[in-house]
Design a binder for this molecule. Structure first.
Ligand code: TEU
Ligand code: CA
Length: 584
Protein backbone atom coordinates (compact mmCIF):
# COMPACT_ATOMS: atom_id res chain seq x y z
CA UNK A 1 0.00 0.00 0.00
CA UNK A 2 1.33 3.44 -0.86
CA UNK A 3 1.11 6.18 1.75
CA UNK A 4 -2.52 6.77 2.54
CA UNK A 5 -3.94 9.80 4.22
CA UNK A 6 -4.24 9.43 7.96
CA UNK A 7 -7.76 10.03 9.06
CA UNK A 8 -8.74 11.44 12.46
CA UNK A 9 -10.73 8.25 12.96
CA UNK A 10 -7.79 5.99 12.69
CA UNK A 11 -5.78 6.25 15.84
CA UNK A 12 -6.13 3.78 18.68
CA UNK A 13 -3.14 3.27 20.94
CA UNK A 14 -2.38 -0.26 22.13
CA UNK A 15 -4.55 -1.36 25.03
CA UNK A 16 -7.07 1.37 24.31
CA UNK A 17 -10.62 0.49 23.28
CA UNK A 18 -11.54 1.40 19.70
CA UNK A 19 -13.43 4.68 19.40
CA UNK A 20 -16.50 3.09 17.84
CA UNK A 21 -17.30 1.18 21.03
CA UNK A 22 -18.37 4.37 22.77
CA UNK A 23 -20.01 5.86 19.66
CA UNK A 24 -23.63 6.40 18.75
CA UNK A 25 -24.53 6.19 15.07
CA UNK A 26 -27.27 8.10 13.33
CA UNK A 27 -28.50 6.62 10.05
CA UNK A 28 -29.52 8.95 7.26
CA UNK A 29 -31.54 7.73 4.29
CA UNK A 30 -30.68 10.69 2.07
CA UNK A 31 -33.66 10.45 -0.22
CA UNK A 32 -36.01 11.05 2.71
CA UNK A 33 -33.95 13.27 5.00
CA UNK A 34 -34.16 16.86 3.72
CA UNK A 35 -34.67 18.35 0.26
CA UNK A 36 -32.77 21.59 -0.36
CA UNK A 37 -33.83 22.39 -3.92
CA UNK A 38 -37.54 21.67 -4.08
CA UNK A 39 -37.43 18.63 -6.39
CA UNK A 40 -39.07 16.52 -3.69
CA UNK A 41 -36.01 14.33 -3.10
CA UNK A 42 -33.66 14.67 -0.16
CA UNK A 43 -30.06 15.60 -1.01
CA UNK A 44 -26.59 16.19 0.42
CA UNK A 45 -27.11 19.92 0.82
CA UNK A 46 -30.19 19.07 2.88
CA UNK A 47 -28.03 16.95 5.18
CA UNK A 48 -25.45 19.73 5.55
CA UNK A 49 -28.26 22.14 6.42
CA UNK A 50 -29.50 19.87 9.20
CA UNK A 51 -26.25 18.77 10.84
CA UNK A 52 -27.27 20.79 13.90
CA UNK A 53 -30.02 18.30 14.60
CA UNK A 54 -27.61 15.37 14.65
CA UNK A 55 -25.04 17.27 16.67
CA UNK A 56 -27.65 18.29 19.22
CA UNK A 57 -28.83 14.71 19.51
CA UNK A 58 -25.27 13.76 20.39
CA UNK A 59 -24.52 11.11 17.76
CA UNK A 60 -20.88 11.13 16.64
CA UNK A 61 -21.19 9.00 13.52
CA UNK A 62 -23.51 9.32 10.54
CA UNK A 63 -24.13 6.32 8.32
CA UNK A 64 -25.29 7.48 4.92
CA UNK A 65 -27.41 5.10 2.87
CA UNK A 66 -26.18 5.06 -0.77
CA UNK A 67 -25.76 8.34 -2.64
CA UNK A 68 -23.79 6.97 -5.60
CA UNK A 69 -24.78 7.11 -9.26
CA UNK A 70 -27.76 4.80 -9.63
CA UNK A 71 -30.79 4.16 -11.81
CA UNK A 72 -32.65 3.96 -8.45
CA UNK A 73 -34.33 0.64 -9.03
CA UNK A 74 -33.77 -0.04 -5.31
CA UNK A 75 -33.30 3.59 -4.22
CA UNK A 76 -29.55 3.56 -4.68
CA UNK A 77 -28.76 0.03 -3.46
CA UNK A 78 -28.24 -0.59 -7.18
CA UNK A 79 -24.99 1.25 -7.89
CA UNK A 80 -23.83 2.20 -11.38
CA UNK A 81 -20.67 4.02 -10.30
CA UNK A 82 -19.11 3.67 -6.86
CA UNK A 83 -16.89 6.71 -7.32
CA UNK A 84 -19.37 9.38 -8.18
CA UNK A 85 -22.51 10.86 -6.68
CA UNK A 86 -25.93 10.69 -8.24
CA UNK A 87 -26.93 14.16 -9.48
CA UNK A 88 -30.22 13.74 -7.60
CA UNK A 89 -28.21 14.04 -4.38
CA UNK A 90 -25.48 16.48 -5.43
CA UNK A 91 -21.80 16.25 -6.25
CA UNK A 92 -18.56 14.85 -4.88
CA UNK A 93 -17.70 18.39 -3.81
CA UNK A 94 -20.87 18.41 -1.69
CA UNK A 95 -19.80 15.15 -0.08
CA UNK A 96 -16.34 16.53 0.69
CA UNK A 97 -18.02 19.53 2.29
CA UNK A 98 -20.29 17.26 4.31
CA UNK A 99 -17.33 15.18 5.50
CA UNK A 100 -15.46 18.35 6.54
CA UNK A 101 -18.46 20.01 8.22
CA UNK A 102 -19.28 16.85 10.10
CA UNK A 103 -15.68 16.42 11.17
CA UNK A 104 -15.67 19.96 12.59
CA UNK A 105 -18.52 18.83 14.81
CA UNK A 106 -16.74 15.63 15.82
CA UNK A 107 -18.94 13.51 13.59
CA UNK A 108 -17.55 10.82 11.31
CA UNK A 109 -19.22 9.77 8.07
CA UNK A 110 -19.73 6.07 7.36
CA UNK A 111 -20.54 5.16 3.78
CA UNK A 112 -22.74 2.32 2.59
CA UNK A 113 -20.70 -0.32 0.79
CA UNK A 114 -22.92 -2.33 -1.54
CA UNK A 115 -20.67 -4.91 -3.15
CA UNK A 116 -22.69 -8.10 -3.16
CA UNK A 117 -24.14 -6.72 -6.37
CA UNK A 118 -23.95 -3.71 -8.65
CA UNK A 119 -26.55 -2.13 -10.88
CA UNK A 120 -27.01 -3.76 -14.27
CA UNK A 121 -26.10 -0.29 -15.54
CA UNK A 122 -22.64 -0.40 -13.97
CA UNK A 123 -19.92 -0.38 -16.67
CA UNK A 124 -18.58 -3.65 -15.22
CA UNK A 125 -21.84 -5.42 -15.88
CA UNK A 126 -22.42 -3.82 -19.26
CA UNK A 127 -19.10 -5.24 -20.32
CA UNK A 128 -19.65 -8.58 -18.62
CA UNK A 129 -22.98 -9.20 -20.31
CA UNK A 130 -21.76 -8.21 -23.77
CA UNK A 131 -20.12 -11.55 -24.64
CA UNK A 132 -18.73 -14.72 -23.11
CA UNK A 133 -15.13 -13.73 -23.64
CA UNK A 134 -14.76 -10.07 -22.70
CA UNK A 135 -12.24 -9.10 -19.97
CA UNK A 136 -15.01 -8.91 -17.34
CA UNK A 137 -16.85 -12.02 -18.54
CA UNK A 138 -16.31 -13.70 -15.17
CA UNK A 139 -17.02 -10.72 -12.90
CA UNK A 140 -20.63 -11.78 -12.30
CA UNK A 141 -22.25 -15.15 -11.71
CA UNK A 142 -23.09 -16.57 -15.13
CA UNK A 143 -24.52 -20.04 -15.75
CA UNK A 144 -25.51 -22.11 -18.78
CA UNK A 145 -28.99 -23.56 -19.17
CA UNK A 146 -29.36 -27.02 -17.63
CA UNK A 147 -28.10 -29.87 -19.85
CA UNK A 148 -30.53 -30.73 -22.61
CA UNK A 149 -31.70 -27.13 -23.02
CA UNK A 150 -30.35 -24.51 -25.38
CA UNK A 151 -31.13 -20.97 -26.37
CA UNK A 152 -33.50 -20.41 -29.29
CA UNK A 153 -32.12 -19.61 -32.78
CA UNK A 154 -32.05 -15.88 -31.95
CA UNK A 155 -30.74 -16.33 -28.42
CA UNK A 156 -34.24 -16.70 -26.93
CA UNK A 157 -34.60 -17.88 -23.34
CA UNK A 158 -35.14 -21.62 -22.89
CA UNK A 159 -38.09 -22.86 -20.79
CA UNK A 160 -38.16 -22.28 -17.04
CA UNK A 161 -36.91 -25.82 -16.27
CA UNK A 162 -33.60 -24.85 -17.88
CA UNK A 163 -32.74 -22.44 -15.05
CA UNK A 164 -29.61 -23.40 -13.09
CA UNK A 165 -31.55 -23.79 -9.84
CA UNK A 166 -34.84 -22.96 -8.12
CA UNK A 167 -33.70 -20.06 -5.95
CA UNK A 168 -36.15 -17.24 -5.35
CA UNK A 169 -35.11 -13.61 -5.32
CA UNK A 170 -35.47 -11.52 -2.15
CA UNK A 171 -37.68 -9.29 -4.23
CA UNK A 172 -39.94 -12.08 -5.61
CA UNK A 173 -39.52 -14.26 -8.71
CA UNK A 174 -36.48 -16.24 -9.81
CA UNK A 175 -32.87 -15.19 -9.13
CA UNK A 176 -31.99 -16.04 -12.75
CA UNK A 177 -32.24 -13.59 -15.61
CA UNK A 178 -31.54 -14.54 -19.19
CA UNK A 179 -28.97 -12.65 -21.28
CA UNK A 180 -29.45 -13.40 -24.99
CA UNK A 181 -26.05 -12.03 -25.97
CA UNK A 182 -24.29 -14.69 -23.92
CA UNK A 183 -26.98 -17.33 -24.11
CA UNK A 184 -26.61 -17.57 -20.32
CA UNK A 185 -28.29 -16.57 -17.11
CA UNK A 186 -26.96 -14.23 -14.48
CA UNK A 187 -27.71 -14.51 -10.78
CA UNK A 188 -29.45 -11.70 -8.90
CA UNK A 189 -30.39 -12.33 -5.25
CA UNK A 190 -32.24 -8.99 -5.29
CA UNK A 191 -33.84 -7.25 -8.29
CA UNK A 192 -33.09 -8.11 -11.94
CA UNK A 193 -31.27 -4.78 -11.99
CA UNK A 194 -28.94 -5.95 -9.18
CA UNK A 195 -26.66 -8.67 -10.63
CA UNK A 196 -24.47 -10.40 -8.01
CA UNK A 197 -20.73 -9.89 -8.32
CA UNK A 198 -18.53 -12.97 -8.52
CA UNK A 199 -16.35 -12.76 -5.41
CA UNK A 200 -14.48 -15.90 -6.43
CA UNK A 201 -12.78 -13.70 -9.02
CA UNK A 202 -9.72 -12.00 -7.55
CA UNK A 203 -10.04 -9.05 -9.95
CA UNK A 204 -13.45 -8.25 -8.44
CA UNK A 205 -11.98 -8.26 -4.95
CA UNK A 206 -9.10 -6.03 -6.01
CA UNK A 207 -11.48 -3.56 -7.68
CA UNK A 208 -13.60 -3.36 -4.54
CA UNK A 209 -10.57 -2.86 -2.31
CA UNK A 210 -9.22 -0.02 -4.39
CA UNK A 211 -12.62 1.66 -4.39
CA UNK A 212 -12.71 1.37 -0.59
CA UNK A 213 -9.29 2.99 -0.30
CA UNK A 214 -10.46 5.80 -2.57
CA UNK A 215 -13.30 6.55 -0.15
CA UNK A 216 -11.16 6.23 2.97
CA UNK A 217 -8.71 8.67 1.40
CA UNK A 218 -11.55 11.22 1.34
CA UNK A 219 -11.65 11.04 5.14
CA UNK A 220 -14.61 8.84 5.89
CA UNK A 221 -14.84 6.93 9.18
CA UNK A 222 -15.79 3.50 7.85
CA UNK A 223 -18.34 1.40 6.02
CA UNK A 224 -21.71 -0.18 6.59
CA UNK A 225 -21.47 -3.27 4.42
CA UNK A 226 -24.68 -4.27 2.69
CA UNK A 227 -25.68 -7.99 2.92
CA UNK A 228 -21.99 -8.68 3.25
CA UNK A 229 -22.50 -12.22 4.54
CA UNK A 230 -23.95 -13.12 1.11
CA UNK A 231 -20.67 -12.69 -0.80
CA UNK A 232 -19.67 -16.34 -0.86
CA UNK A 233 -22.08 -18.74 -2.53
CA UNK A 234 -22.00 -22.50 -1.95
CA UNK A 235 -20.12 -24.39 -4.61
CA UNK A 236 -22.40 -25.71 -7.33
CA UNK A 237 -25.27 -23.46 -6.22
CA UNK A 238 -27.37 -26.39 -4.87
CA UNK A 239 -31.15 -26.45 -5.14
CA UNK A 240 -33.01 -24.43 -2.54
CA UNK A 241 -35.05 -25.94 0.26
CA UNK A 242 -38.26 -24.56 1.77
CA UNK A 243 -37.77 -21.18 3.43
CA UNK A 244 -35.18 -20.78 6.12
CA UNK A 245 -35.80 -18.32 9.01
CA UNK A 246 -38.59 -16.94 6.84
CA UNK A 247 -35.98 -16.05 4.19
CA UNK A 248 -35.88 -17.32 0.61
CA UNK A 249 -35.25 -20.95 -0.33
CA UNK A 250 -31.66 -20.50 -1.50
CA UNK A 251 -30.69 -18.80 1.75
CA UNK A 252 -28.79 -21.72 3.35
CA UNK A 253 -26.48 -21.69 0.33
CA UNK A 254 -25.34 -18.10 0.52
CA UNK A 255 -25.93 -16.55 3.96
CA UNK A 256 -22.77 -18.13 5.41
CA UNK A 257 -20.89 -19.47 2.42
CA UNK A 258 -17.65 -21.45 2.52
CA UNK A 259 -15.32 -18.48 1.80
CA UNK A 260 -17.11 -15.72 3.70
CA UNK A 261 -14.59 -15.34 6.52
CA UNK A 262 -11.77 -15.45 3.98
CA UNK A 263 -13.27 -12.73 1.75
CA UNK A 264 -13.99 -10.42 4.66
CA UNK A 265 -10.61 -11.20 6.20
CA UNK A 266 -9.01 -10.06 2.97
CA UNK A 267 -10.84 -6.72 3.21
CA UNK A 268 -9.73 -6.33 6.79
CA UNK A 269 -6.12 -7.12 5.96
CA UNK A 270 -5.75 -5.17 2.71
CA UNK A 271 -7.99 -2.22 3.45
CA UNK A 272 -8.41 -1.60 7.16
CA UNK A 273 -5.27 -3.05 8.71
CA UNK A 274 -3.22 -1.67 5.83
CA UNK A 275 -4.04 1.84 7.04
CA UNK A 276 -3.22 3.21 10.46
CA UNK A 277 -5.67 2.40 13.22
CA UNK A 278 -9.33 1.55 13.29
CA UNK A 279 -12.37 2.23 11.18
CA UNK A 280 -15.93 1.39 11.97
CA UNK A 281 -17.10 -1.55 9.90
CA UNK A 282 -20.56 -2.92 10.34
CA UNK A 283 -21.57 -5.92 8.30
CA UNK A 284 -25.24 -6.25 7.55
CA UNK A 285 -25.77 -10.00 8.02
CA UNK A 286 -29.30 -11.36 7.75
CA UNK A 287 -29.63 -14.85 9.20
CA UNK A 288 -26.40 -15.11 11.18
CA UNK A 289 -26.47 -16.69 14.65
CA UNK A 290 -24.76 -15.32 17.77
CA UNK A 291 -22.00 -17.92 17.32
CA UNK A 292 -21.38 -16.71 13.78
CA UNK A 293 -21.68 -13.06 14.84
CA UNK A 294 -19.06 -13.75 17.50
CA UNK A 295 -16.65 -15.10 14.90
CA UNK A 296 -17.15 -12.11 12.61
CA UNK A 297 -16.57 -9.56 15.38
CA UNK A 298 -13.84 -11.14 17.48
CA UNK A 299 -11.40 -8.36 18.31
CA UNK A 300 -8.41 -10.47 17.29
CA UNK A 301 -9.52 -12.94 14.67
CA UNK A 302 -12.73 -11.30 13.42
CA UNK A 303 -13.24 -9.33 10.23
CA UNK A 304 -15.61 -6.47 11.10
CA UNK A 305 -16.22 -4.20 14.10
CA UNK A 306 -19.80 -5.39 14.49
CA UNK A 307 -22.67 -6.98 12.60
CA UNK A 308 -26.28 -6.06 12.06
CA UNK A 309 -28.01 -9.27 13.06
CA UNK A 310 -31.66 -9.83 12.16
CA UNK A 311 -32.95 -12.39 14.64
CA UNK A 312 -34.90 -9.85 16.68
CA UNK A 313 -36.29 -8.25 13.53
CA UNK A 314 -37.60 -11.64 12.42
CA UNK A 315 -39.39 -12.52 15.67
CA UNK A 316 -42.78 -11.35 14.42
CA UNK A 317 -42.34 -12.78 10.91
CA UNK A 318 -44.03 -16.01 9.85
CA UNK A 319 -43.17 -17.98 6.70
CA UNK A 320 -42.31 -14.65 5.05
CA UNK A 321 -42.00 -11.16 6.47
CA UNK A 322 -45.47 -10.38 5.19
CA UNK A 323 -47.06 -12.95 7.54
CA UNK A 324 -47.15 -11.35 10.96
CA UNK A 325 -47.03 -13.53 14.03
CA UNK A 326 -47.44 -12.32 17.62
CA UNK A 327 -44.30 -11.55 19.58
CA UNK A 328 -44.01 -11.48 23.36
CA UNK A 329 -41.74 -9.52 25.68
CA UNK A 330 -40.29 -12.87 26.74
CA UNK A 331 -39.33 -13.80 23.18
CA UNK A 332 -37.75 -10.42 22.60
CA UNK A 333 -35.61 -10.38 25.70
CA UNK A 334 -34.60 -14.02 25.36
CA UNK A 335 -33.36 -13.23 21.91
CA UNK A 336 -31.51 -9.99 22.62
CA UNK A 337 -29.98 -11.52 25.75
CA UNK A 338 -28.65 -14.44 23.72
CA UNK A 339 -26.83 -11.90 21.56
CA UNK A 340 -25.58 -9.96 24.57
CA UNK A 341 -24.24 -13.17 26.12
CA UNK A 342 -23.05 -14.66 22.85
CA UNK A 343 -20.83 -11.69 22.03
CA UNK A 344 -19.79 -10.88 25.59
CA UNK A 345 -16.38 -12.45 25.28
CA UNK A 346 -14.35 -10.68 22.61
CA UNK A 347 -17.21 -9.82 20.23
CA UNK A 348 -19.20 -6.63 19.88
CA UNK A 349 -22.91 -5.97 19.20
CA UNK A 350 -24.65 -3.37 17.13
CA UNK A 351 -27.95 -2.30 18.67
CA UNK A 352 -30.88 -1.21 16.55
CA UNK A 353 -34.67 -1.08 16.42
CA UNK A 354 -34.98 0.58 13.06
CA UNK A 355 -33.41 1.12 9.68
CA UNK A 356 -34.62 1.99 6.19
CA UNK A 357 -35.95 -1.57 5.67
CA UNK A 358 -37.96 -1.95 8.87
CA UNK A 359 -41.28 -0.65 10.13
CA UNK A 360 -41.15 2.09 12.78
CA UNK A 361 -40.45 0.68 16.24
CA UNK A 362 -43.08 2.72 18.11
CA UNK A 363 -45.72 1.35 15.74
CA UNK A 364 -44.29 -2.16 15.77
CA UNK A 365 -43.60 -2.99 19.43
CA UNK A 366 -44.76 0.20 21.12
CA UNK A 367 -48.15 1.89 21.02
CA UNK A 368 -48.78 4.63 18.46
CA UNK A 369 -52.55 4.74 18.98
CA UNK A 370 -52.41 8.24 20.48
CA UNK A 371 -49.51 9.50 18.36
CA UNK A 372 -51.65 11.90 16.30
CA UNK A 373 -52.01 14.21 19.30
CA UNK A 374 -48.71 13.38 20.97
CA UNK A 375 -50.30 11.24 23.67
CA UNK A 376 -48.62 9.48 26.60
CA UNK A 377 -48.72 5.96 25.15
CA UNK A 378 -46.80 7.07 22.09
CA UNK A 379 -44.28 9.04 24.09
CA UNK A 380 -43.67 6.52 26.85
CA UNK A 381 -43.60 3.44 24.63
CA UNK A 382 -41.08 5.09 22.28
CA UNK A 383 -38.84 6.07 25.20
CA UNK A 384 -39.19 2.73 27.03
CA UNK A 385 -38.06 0.86 23.94
CA UNK A 386 -35.20 3.32 23.48
CA UNK A 387 -34.09 2.77 27.09
CA UNK A 388 -33.92 -0.99 26.73
CA UNK A 389 -31.81 -0.71 23.61
CA UNK A 390 -29.46 2.11 24.54
CA UNK A 391 -28.43 0.76 27.92
CA UNK A 392 -27.24 -2.55 26.43
CA UNK A 393 -23.68 -3.42 25.57
CA UNK A 394 -22.90 -2.50 21.97
CA UNK A 395 -22.99 0.43 19.59
CA UNK A 396 -26.47 1.93 19.25
CA UNK A 397 -27.88 3.04 15.90
CA UNK A 398 -30.69 5.58 15.59
CA UNK A 399 -32.58 5.70 12.32
CA UNK A 400 -33.67 9.16 11.16
CA UNK A 401 -36.98 10.13 12.74
CA UNK A 402 -36.82 7.41 15.40
CA UNK A 403 -35.57 10.10 17.82
CA UNK A 404 -38.80 12.00 17.09
CA UNK A 405 -41.11 9.03 17.52
CA UNK A 406 -42.04 8.88 13.84
CA UNK A 407 -44.72 6.27 13.18
CA UNK A 408 -45.66 3.89 10.38
CA UNK A 409 -47.50 5.22 7.34
CA UNK A 410 -51.12 4.42 6.84
CA UNK A 411 -51.12 3.91 3.09
CA UNK A 412 -54.56 2.98 1.80
CA UNK A 413 -53.70 2.49 -1.84
CA UNK A 414 -51.00 0.71 -3.81
CA UNK A 415 -50.30 3.98 -5.61
CA UNK A 416 -48.81 5.39 -2.37
CA UNK A 417 -46.12 2.71 -2.30
CA UNK A 418 -42.69 3.24 -3.85
CA UNK A 419 -40.54 0.35 -2.64
CA UNK A 420 -39.60 -2.35 -5.13
CA UNK A 421 -39.95 -5.13 -2.55
CA UNK A 422 -43.52 -4.05 -1.70
CA UNK A 423 -44.52 -3.43 -5.31
CA UNK A 424 -43.16 -6.79 -6.52
CA UNK A 425 -44.80 -8.61 -3.63
CA UNK A 426 -48.14 -6.98 -4.37
CA UNK A 427 -47.94 -7.81 -8.08
CA UNK A 428 -46.90 -11.41 -7.48
CA UNK A 429 -49.60 -12.01 -4.86
CA UNK A 430 -52.40 -10.42 -6.85
CA UNK A 431 -51.30 -12.25 -10.01
CA UNK A 432 -51.48 -15.47 -7.99
CA UNK A 433 -55.14 -14.73 -7.29
CA UNK A 434 -55.00 -13.21 -3.79
CA UNK A 435 -57.47 -10.54 -2.75
CA UNK A 436 -55.80 -7.15 -3.36
CA UNK A 437 -57.26 -5.66 -0.17
CA UNK A 438 -55.86 -8.52 1.91
CA UNK A 439 -52.47 -8.15 0.27
CA UNK A 440 -52.45 -4.42 1.05
CA UNK A 441 -53.36 -5.27 4.61
CA UNK A 442 -50.45 -7.66 5.03
CA UNK A 443 -48.07 -5.07 3.58
CA UNK A 444 -49.24 -2.15 5.69
CA UNK A 445 -47.42 -2.90 8.92
CA UNK A 446 -44.15 -4.21 7.48
CA UNK A 447 -43.52 -2.44 4.16
CA UNK A 448 -40.13 -0.80 3.92
CA UNK A 449 -41.88 2.40 2.91
CA UNK A 450 -42.89 2.82 6.56
CA UNK A 451 -39.31 3.88 7.21
CA UNK A 452 -38.98 5.99 4.11
CA UNK A 453 -41.52 8.76 4.49
CA UNK A 454 -39.96 12.23 4.77
CA UNK A 455 -38.25 13.24 8.00
CA UNK A 456 -40.60 15.59 9.80
CA UNK A 457 -38.83 18.87 10.48
CA UNK A 458 -41.87 20.93 11.46
CA UNK A 459 -45.65 20.88 11.22
CA UNK A 460 -45.88 22.93 8.03
CA UNK A 461 -47.03 21.52 4.73
CA UNK A 462 -44.84 18.56 3.69
CA UNK A 463 -43.42 18.63 7.23
CA UNK A 464 -40.67 21.06 6.21
CA UNK A 465 -39.04 18.31 4.14
CA UNK A 466 -39.47 20.02 0.78
CA UNK A 467 -41.01 23.08 -0.79
CA UNK A 468 -42.09 20.86 -3.67
CA UNK A 469 -43.96 17.58 -3.94
CA UNK A 470 -42.25 14.84 -1.86
CA UNK A 471 -41.37 11.64 -3.74
CA UNK A 472 -43.38 9.69 -1.14
CA UNK A 473 -46.25 11.02 0.98
CA UNK A 474 -45.53 12.50 4.43
CA UNK A 475 -46.46 10.19 7.33
CA UNK A 476 -49.42 10.62 9.66
CA UNK A 477 -47.60 11.87 12.77
CA UNK A 478 -46.01 15.06 11.41
CA UNK A 479 -47.99 17.37 13.69
CA UNK A 480 -46.18 16.13 16.81
CA UNK A 481 -43.32 13.88 15.73
CA UNK A 482 -41.30 16.75 14.32
CA UNK A 483 -37.97 18.35 15.10
CA UNK A 484 -39.23 21.92 15.62
CA UNK A 485 -41.59 20.76 18.33
CA UNK A 486 -39.05 18.54 20.07
CA UNK A 487 -35.46 19.70 19.60
CA UNK A 488 -35.58 22.17 22.49
CA UNK A 489 -38.00 20.31 24.73
CA UNK A 490 -36.21 18.15 27.31
CA UNK A 491 -39.42 16.20 27.95
CA UNK A 492 -39.80 15.22 24.29
CA UNK A 493 -38.79 11.90 22.74
CA UNK A 494 -35.84 13.74 21.20
CA UNK A 495 -34.91 15.14 24.61
CA UNK A 496 -35.00 11.64 26.03
CA UNK A 497 -32.75 10.19 23.32
CA UNK A 498 -30.31 13.00 24.08
CA UNK A 499 -30.27 11.98 27.72
CA UNK A 500 -29.66 8.34 26.83
CA UNK A 501 -26.69 9.37 24.72
CA UNK A 502 -25.40 11.65 27.46
CA UNK A 503 -25.52 8.77 29.94
CA UNK A 504 -23.46 6.65 27.57
CA UNK A 505 -20.89 9.45 27.32
CA UNK A 506 -20.75 9.98 31.06
CA UNK A 507 -20.89 6.46 32.42
CA UNK A 508 -18.20 3.98 31.44
CA UNK A 509 -20.43 1.20 32.66
CA UNK A 510 -22.87 1.81 29.81
CA UNK A 511 -20.12 1.18 27.27
CA UNK A 512 -18.06 -1.48 28.98
CA UNK A 513 -20.20 -3.11 31.67
CA UNK A 514 -21.15 -6.79 31.51
CA UNK A 515 -24.77 -7.62 30.78
CA UNK A 516 -26.96 -9.72 33.09
CA UNK A 517 -30.62 -10.35 32.43
CA UNK A 518 -32.76 -10.28 35.58
CA UNK A 519 -36.41 -11.28 36.00
CA UNK A 520 -35.92 -13.52 32.98
CA UNK A 521 -39.37 -15.10 33.33
CA UNK A 522 -41.30 -11.86 33.65
CA UNK A 523 -43.96 -11.53 30.95
CA UNK A 524 -44.08 -7.71 30.86
CA UNK A 525 -40.83 -6.31 32.08
CA UNK A 526 -37.48 -6.25 30.30
CA UNK A 527 -34.97 -5.85 33.13
CA UNK A 528 -31.22 -6.24 33.22
CA UNK A 529 -28.13 -5.09 35.02
CA UNK A 530 -24.76 -3.90 33.83
CA UNK A 531 -21.76 -4.66 36.04
CA UNK A 532 -18.44 -2.88 35.84
CA UNK A 533 -15.60 -2.47 38.35
CA UNK A 534 -17.89 -3.29 41.27
CA UNK A 535 -20.60 -0.87 40.11
CA UNK A 536 -24.11 -1.84 39.05
CA UNK A 537 -26.52 -0.12 36.69
CA UNK A 538 -30.04 -1.54 36.60
CA UNK A 539 -32.57 -1.06 33.81
CA UNK A 540 -36.27 -1.73 34.36
CA UNK A 541 -38.73 -1.30 31.51
CA UNK A 542 -42.35 -2.26 31.35
CA UNK A 543 -42.92 -3.04 27.68
CA UNK A 544 -46.69 -3.36 27.97
CA UNK A 545 -49.66 -1.04 28.35
CA UNK A 546 -50.62 -2.39 31.76
CA UNK A 547 -49.12 -1.90 35.20
CA UNK A 548 -46.39 -4.39 36.09
CA UNK A 549 -44.99 -5.63 39.40
CA UNK A 550 -41.38 -6.53 40.11
CA UNK A 551 -39.69 -7.20 43.47
CA UNK A 552 -39.37 -3.90 45.35
CA UNK A 553 -35.64 -4.37 45.93
CA UNK A 554 -35.00 -3.75 42.23
CA UNK A 555 -35.94 -0.13 42.86
CA UNK A 556 -33.09 0.30 45.33
CA UNK A 557 -30.51 2.88 44.24
CA UNK A 558 -30.54 6.25 42.59
CA UNK A 559 -32.72 6.85 39.53
CA UNK A 560 -30.43 8.37 36.92
CA UNK A 561 -33.02 8.40 34.15
CA UNK A 562 -36.78 7.88 33.98
CA UNK A 563 -39.13 8.22 31.05
CA UNK A 564 -42.01 9.64 33.07
CA UNK A 565 -42.59 11.88 36.08
CA UNK A 566 -44.14 9.94 38.94
CA UNK A 567 -44.76 11.36 42.34
CA UNK A 568 -44.93 8.79 45.14
CA UNK A 569 -43.51 6.03 42.99
CA UNK A 570 -44.43 2.81 44.77
CA UNK A 571 -41.44 0.50 44.89
CA UNK A 572 -42.24 -2.63 42.94
CA UNK A 573 -44.80 -1.11 40.58
CA UNK A 574 -44.06 0.05 37.07
CA UNK A 575 -46.66 2.13 35.24
CA UNK A 576 -47.57 1.15 31.67
CA UNK A 577 -44.45 1.68 29.48
CA UNK A 578 -42.46 3.02 32.40
CA UNK A 579 -38.68 2.76 32.13
CA UNK A 580 -36.04 3.47 34.77
CA UNK A 581 -32.28 3.45 34.82
CA UNK A 582 -31.01 3.02 38.37
CA UNK A 583 -27.49 3.38 39.64
CA UNK A 584 -26.96 0.99 42.53
O1 TEU B 1 -31.04 -5.33 2.77
C1 TEU B 1 -30.80 -6.69 2.99
C2 TEU B 1 -31.97 -7.53 3.03
O2 TEU B 1 -31.90 -8.72 3.27
C3 TEU B 1 -33.23 -6.92 2.62
O3 TEU B 1 -33.84 -7.90 1.90
C4 TEU B 1 -34.04 -6.46 3.78
O4 TEU B 1 -33.66 -7.01 4.96
C5 TEU B 1 -35.43 -6.84 3.44
O5 TEU B 1 -35.93 -5.74 2.78
C6 TEU B 1 -36.28 -7.16 4.59
O6 TEU B 1 -37.40 -7.79 4.02
C7 TEU B 1 -30.07 -4.56 2.18
C8 TEU B 1 -30.50 -3.11 2.17
O7 TEU B 1 -30.61 -2.66 3.49
C9 TEU B 1 -31.77 -2.99 1.41
O8 TEU B 1 -32.30 -1.70 1.45
C10 TEU B 1 -31.47 -3.40 -0.02
O9 TEU B 1 -32.67 -3.41 -0.75
C11 TEU B 1 -30.84 -4.77 -0.09
O10 TEU B 1 -29.80 -4.97 0.85
C12 TEU B 1 -30.21 -4.97 -1.44
O11 TEU B 1 -29.10 -4.12 -1.58
CA1 CA C 1 -33.46 17.61 -3.80
Amino acid sequence: MTDRTRTPFSVTTPGEQPWWKSSVVYQIYPRSFADSNGDGIGDIRGIINHLDHVEKLGANVIWLSPIYVSPMDDNGYDIANYQDIDPLFGTLADVDELIADARDRGIGIVMDLVVNHTSDEHAWFEESRSSRDNPKADWYIWRDPEPGFTAGPHGEEPPIEARPNNWESMFSGSVWEWEPRRGQYYLHLFSVKQPDLNWENVEVREAVKSMMHWWLDRGIAGFRMDVVNFLSKAEGLPEGEPTHHGYTNGFPHFYYGPRIHEFLGELRRDVFDAREGTFLTVGEMPGVSPEQGRKFTDAESGQVSMVFQFEHMDLDHGATKFDRVPMSVRTLKDNLSRWQDGLADGGWNSLYWNNHDQPRIVSRWGDDSDAHDGGPLWRSSATALATVLHMMRGTPYIYQGEELGMTNTQFADISDYRDIESLNYYRQSVDAGQDPAAVLDSMAWVSRDNARTPVQWDSSEQAGFTTGEPWIPVGPSAAVANAAAQDDDPTSIFGYYRQLITLRRELDIVVHGDYHLIEAEHEQVFAYERHHNGQVLRVLANLTGSEARVPAEHFGGQVVLANMERHNREAGVLAPWEALVISV
